[in-house]
Write a protein that binds this ligand. Structure first.
Ligand code: GLV
Ligand code: MG
Length: 301
């Protein structure tokens, strides 16, 4: 599995070619050209070629190039995969599969991709990310998380999920009443635990209210605190906020390096724990510190 940065995943409708150049230059870790819900049904088939051409022809720098296909219970899914992979070839890094309900939904895409890669003689395997945004998908998230070796991340989709659950929310998917705590805590926790147990990333939901950067930052920080790797951005202005919130801070990195050094020193003298700035440092602290230093390296920090 390729380990790649995923602090920000920017959504861009595949029908809207005029947005592509800005998305490619947005600095997002991943951009996905959307063939699903951001595109009018009549435009979906015609948007496939636009997406493939943009993936192939634009300069995406270090941004991972993705497409969100239509759900496998629609008539578009197989055409989306075949047309985009055939057109984009190695310029496509990731396919995002929405509304996944069971492991077999992921297998279906995996098998189709394997046949296509073979037929086209591709040198690179397309990776997968799935959206958990149906109550049935959340119930089956553990088996979904392990359904394919291509799977690199699970995304929590609060928009469709709230509809699937019948929750009463506003257009930002927040509860319409003063609900104590986070209405989506259970779903978020379930997704991140399933993803981590399978050794893959968890990505937090879209945040439609792009005119409220402070609230978006808080949402990013809360998701990061839970162990999420990144969050969707539905507007280029959200990218920088997510990139900052999901990266370790210079203080965290410096502290992590001190913890590693202190622990190694203790280990060399036959001890399993030591003290640092008046605090205990043991093997659990080393794991946290390793998480931070590995993430920092991934982002070149
Ligand atoms: C994303 O697709 C969502 O429904 O939140
Ligand atoms: Mg959705």
């Amino acid at each position: 599995m390729t380990v790649r940065p995923r602090r920000s995943e920017l959504a861009t409708p595949a029908s809207n070619e005029w947005m592509f150049a800005k998305a490619a230059a947005s600095g997002a870790d991943l951009v996905f050209l959307d063939l699903e819900d951001a595109v009018a049904p009549a435009e979906r088939e015609g948007s496939r070629a636009k997406a493939a051409a943009a993936l192939r022809d634009l300069d995406w720098g270090r941004t991972a190039r993705a497409v969100r296909i239509n759900g496998i219970d629609t008539r578009w899914a197989h055409g989306d995969v075949i047309e985009v992979v055939t057109g984009a070839r190695e310029a496509l890094d990731v396919i995002i599969v929405p509304k996944v309900r069971r492991a077999r939904d992921v297998w279906w895409v995996d098998v189709l991709l394997t046949q296509l890669e073979d037929t086209l003689g591709l040198r690179k395997r397309v990776a997968l990310e799935v959206l958990i945004e149906e109550t049935e998908g959340l119930q089956n998230v553990d088996e979904i998380a392990r359904a394919s070796e291509r799977l690199e991340a699970i995304i929590f989709g609060a928009g469709d999920f709230s509809a699937s659950q019948g929750a009463r929310v506003d257009t930002n998917f927040d509860p319409v009443v003063d609900y104590p705590g986070d209405l989506w805590h259970y779903a978020r926790a379930r997704v991140v635990v399933a993803a981590r147990a399978a050794g893959i990333d968890a990505i937090d939901a879209p945040f439609p209210n792009f005119r409220d950067p402070d609230a978006y930052r808080v949402a990013c920080e809360r998701a990061a605190a839970m162990g999420y790797t990144g969050k969707w951005a539905i507007h280029p202005s959200q990218v920088e906020l997510a990139n900052a919130a999901f990266a370790p801070t210079p203080d965290e990195i410096a502290h992590a390096r001190k913890v590693v050094a202190a622990y190694r020193e203790a280990e060399a003298s036959g001890r399993g724990a030591t003290g640092l700035d008046g605090m205990l440092v043991d093997a659990a602290h080393l794991r946290h510190a390793d998480n931070i230093t590995r993430t920092a390296e991934l982002f070149g920090l």
